[in-house]
Design a protein around this ligand. Structure first.
Ligand SMILES: [Cu+2]
Length: 266
C-alpha cells in the first residue's frame, strides 16, 4: 500500500455538522483534505511516512519559508505529534511514522513569523463522505457565528473561581445576534464555549487529551484572569442549548449555563 489515505473530509473536533460553507468548497489539489482558517486554505496530505500541509490564499500559493506547523493526530486514544518545517514553495512537511485513517482527527497549529498562530482542524472520513470544509460561519444546531455589524443584543456575563457563570440561564429569541461580553473575575483561566451538552462533553474530553491546545472557534472564548472577552453568536435555531467552561474540571464542578432559544413564531 503506497497510501493509507484516500478521500479526506473535515469537520471540527466538536463533530459539528458541516452544512453551510461560507467560503464555498475548496477542492483539494494534492489528494488531501482542505480546511480554512482565517480565510487561508490549508490542504493536509497524510501518508504513512510524511505529513504535508499546503497553504493557499484564495487559490494563490503562500510562501511558507517563514512558517512552521505543529500537528497533533488523534486516532482513537493514540496521539502522534509532529513539527512541520518549510520544504519549499507553499509546503510544510514532517517525516515520521503516521497512522492516519478514517476517524483520525488532526489539529495543526500553523505559525508564520511575526503573526499569531492559526489553529486548523482536519478529520479523515471514509470515501462515502463528501468533502466538507469547516468555515468560520458554519451552521450548527445551536446557531452560527455572528457579525459584529449586526449585533441586536448584548449580554454581560461574569465567571468566577467558584466555578459559576452569572447569569447562567438565558432566554434568547430566535434570530437574535448576541454579543456576549464575558468578564473573568477570578484568578485562574476560564473559558466560555457555546454548544449542545453532547458537543461540549466531547470537547471537554479532547481538552483532557490535549490540555495545551489553543482554540479559536467562533463559539468560544478563553479569558485570562481580570480580563474581558467576547463571543458573537447568531441564534437562528430554536432549542435548549448549553454553555460551559471546558478548562479541566470546571464544567464538572458546575461551570455550566443554559441557553433557551425561543422560536420566533411563539
Ligand atoms: Cu473555568
Amino acid at each position: 500500500m503506497k497510501h493509507a489515505v484516500s478521500i479526506l473530509a473535515l469537520t471540527s473536533i466538536l463533530g459539528l455538522p458541516a452544512l453551510v460553507l461560507a467560503h464555498g468548497d475548496v477542492e483539494p489539489k494534492h489528494g488531501g483534505v482542505v480546511a480554512i482558517a482565517k480565510d487561508i486554505d490549508y490542504e493536509l496530505v497524510a501518508k504513512p511516512d510524511t505529513v504535508t500541509i499546503y497553504v493557499e490564499d484564495h487559490g494563490k500559493a503562500v510562501d511558507t519559508k517563514s512558517a512552521t506547523a505543529k500537528v497533533t493526530m488523534l486516532t482513537g486514544s493514540n496521539k502522534t505529534m509532529a513539527n512541520l518545517a518549510p520544504v519549499g514553495e507553499n509546503k510544510l512537511e514532517a517525516k515520521g511514522k503516521f497512522d492516519a485513517k478514517e476517524g483520525t482527527k488532526i489539529i495543526a497549529i500553523v505559525t508564520f513569523a511575526g503573526k499569531p498562530a492559526s489553529t486548523v482542524r482536519f478529520e479523515i472520513k471514509s470515501e462515502a463522505h463528501e468533502q466538507h470544509s469547516h468555515a468560520d460561519k458554519e451552521q450548527t444546531a445551536y446557531g452560527m457565528a455572528g457579525d459584529p455589524a449586526k449585533v441586536t443584543r448584548t449580554i454581560k456575563l461574569s465567571m468566577t473561581d467558584n466555578m459559576r457563570f452569572t447569569p447562567d440561564n438565558l432566554t434568547i429569541k430566535q434570530g437574535e445576534m448576541v454579543k456576549f461580553i464575558i468578564t473573568n473575575q477570578g484568578k485562574i483561566l476560564h473559558e466560555m464555549v457555546i454548544g449542545t451538552l453532547k458537543d461540549l462533553q466531547e470537547h471537554a474530553e479532547m481538552m483532557r487529551k490535549m490540555p495545551d491546545m489553543q482554540h479559536d472557534d467562533p463559539n468560544m472564548v478563553r479569558i485570562k484572569p481580570s480580563s474581558t472577552g467576547e463571543i458573537l453568536w447568531t441564534f437562528n435555531k430554536p432549542g435548549h442549548f448549553d454553555f460551559a467552561c471546558l478548562q479541566p474540571g470546571h464544567s464538572e464542578a458546575g461551570m455550566l449555563g443554559k441557553l433557551n432559544v425561543v422560536s420566533s413564531g411563539s
